[in-house]
Every structure is written in structure tokens, then in C-alpha cells.
Design a protein around this ligand. Structure first.
Ligand code: MD6
Ligand code: FE
Length: 217
């Protein structure tokens, strides 16, 4: 039974789940903003379509990606880099909505990283079967800034590894509205995403959307 009286209240904040010092899962942190975030993604996608990047090694990534903000993350034959222009359109990446900036700042602060001002937001789209193998986020100039990663849509299992690729990775289920922040001593941890299972979400259909905020410049 539910009490109608409480139906309009925001969800109760959940305790942060620390993966290790510097790395935390904030359950449901983005939930109140989810519909607005997805509307903004639709706008971004209309200007900078999702595409499957090819790794410098020549493999097509199963994750579809686009970006917003002053800098976008791209893959080229010569390697990964951040740049102000979308190579597909020749135009600058769409602006980072202030809602995105505020969410990233608030989540980073909740994880102990005050004053985070991202200049890059990588938008990732996963379909069932899409995976992301273990990697480090190491194309940013300055590892003093954390990474903020927002999950929307269908569930995923996040892999949280160690300092070496071969280190045993922990499996962390991520649901719609969950936010993971990693920085400080955990900034260069290996991480990835297991192949997504078939699922449907009322706001995203058969997709997971991940927003990854960085300070790249
Ligand atoms: C996630 N994504 O989707 C985590 N990193 O939950 C990443 O770690 C990531 O999607 C680098 C490039 C693309 C990504
Ligand atoms: Fe990553």
C-alpha cells in the first residue's frame, strides 16, 4: 500500500556508497532531473548526432557517442584527444546546459571535490549488447579533477577495477539516476561496463544514456 500523501515528495536521499577513498556511488542523485537531462540530450543529439568512434587500433566502438561543452572527446587514427569542433559536422560541440554543469558540480561536491567545473561532457548511448572494456580515463590534462558519470535509462553493470588492468574488478549495478564520482587517489582506476542486457525504460526505450563529465582543458 502507498500513502497518497507522500507521492509528490522527492525520493529520500540515499547514503553514499564508497567504492574506495575518492570513489563513490550516489544512488538516485540525478533522479529528480532525469527527464530534463534526457530532453537536453535530445537537443544535443539533434546538433551533434551519436556516432560509433573507431579506436586508434581500428575497432568500431559499440558505444555510440557525442559531446557537449567547450571540449569533446574524439578518437582518431593518431589517438584519443579533446577538441572544440565536432569532426562530423565541422561545428563546435553544442553548449553544455547549465543543468548539466550544476549537476556535475553538486555530485562532485557530495563526493568531496568542491568547485568542479567541467568543460567536457561525453554523452554515451548503450543498447543491449553494448559493452565498454576496462580502461582508464587518461586523456585529460590534469588528474586533479574528478570524473562524474551519470546513468540514465536501462540498467548496466559497472566494472570497478584497480590500478592495473589485470586487477580484479568489482561489479556495481547502476540504475537510472545513479551517479558515480571518482577522483583523487581513485582517479586513474580501470573501469568498464559489462554487455547490457535486454531491457526497456519508459524514458529511454531500450537504451542507457551515460553522461561523463570531465575537466579536460
Ligand atoms: C559508463 N563510461 O558508461 C562509464 N569512459 O558508466 C566510461 O567510463 C567511459 O563511456 C571513456 C569513454 C567513454 C565512456
Ligand atoms: Fe571511462
Amino acid at each position: 500500500m502507498t500513502l497518497g500523501l507522500f507521492d509528490d515528495l522527492p525520493p529520500a536521499p540515499q547514503a553514499p556508497e564508497w567504492l574506495e577513498p575518492g570513489a563513490v556511488v550516489l544512488r538516485g542523485f540525478a533522479l529528480p532531473l532525469a527527464a530534463d537531462l534526457l530532453q537536453a540530450v535530445a537537443h544535443i543529439e539533434a546538433h551533434a548526432p551519436f556516432r560509433h568512434l573507431v579506436t586508434p587500433g581500428g575497432k568500431r566502438m559499440s558505444v555510440a557517442m557525442t559531446n557537449c561543452g567547450p571540449l569533446g572527446w574524439i578518437s582518431e587514427r593518431s589517438g584519443y584527444r579533446y577538441g572544440p569542433v565536432d569532426p562530423e559536422t565541422g561545428k563546435r560541440w553544442p553548449r553544455m546546459p547549465s543543468l548539466f554543469q550544476q549537476l556535475a558540480r553538486d555530485a562532485a561536491e557530495a563526493a568531496g571535490f568542491a568547485g568542479f567545473a567541467p568543460d567536457a561532457c561525453l554523452v554515451n548511448r548503450y543498447a543491449p549488447g553494448t559493452r565498454l572494456s576496462l580502461h582508464q580515463d587518461r586523456d585529460e590534462g590534469n588528474y586533479a579533477h574528478p570524473i562524474v558519470s551519470v546513468s540514465l535509462g536501462i540498467p548496466a553493470v559497472f566494472l570497478w577495477g584497480g590500478a592495473q588492468r589485470a586487477d580484479k574488478a568489482r561489479r556495481v549495478p547502476l540504475l537510472h539516476g545513479d551517479v558515480v564520482v571518482w577522483g583523487g587517489p581513485a582517479r586513474l582506476r580501470f573501469h568498464g561496463v559489462l554487455p547490457l542486457r535486454e531491457a526497456e525504460h519508459p524514458l529511454t526505450g531500450a537504451h542507457r544514456i551515460n553522461l561523463t563529465f570531465r575537466r579536460a582543458g
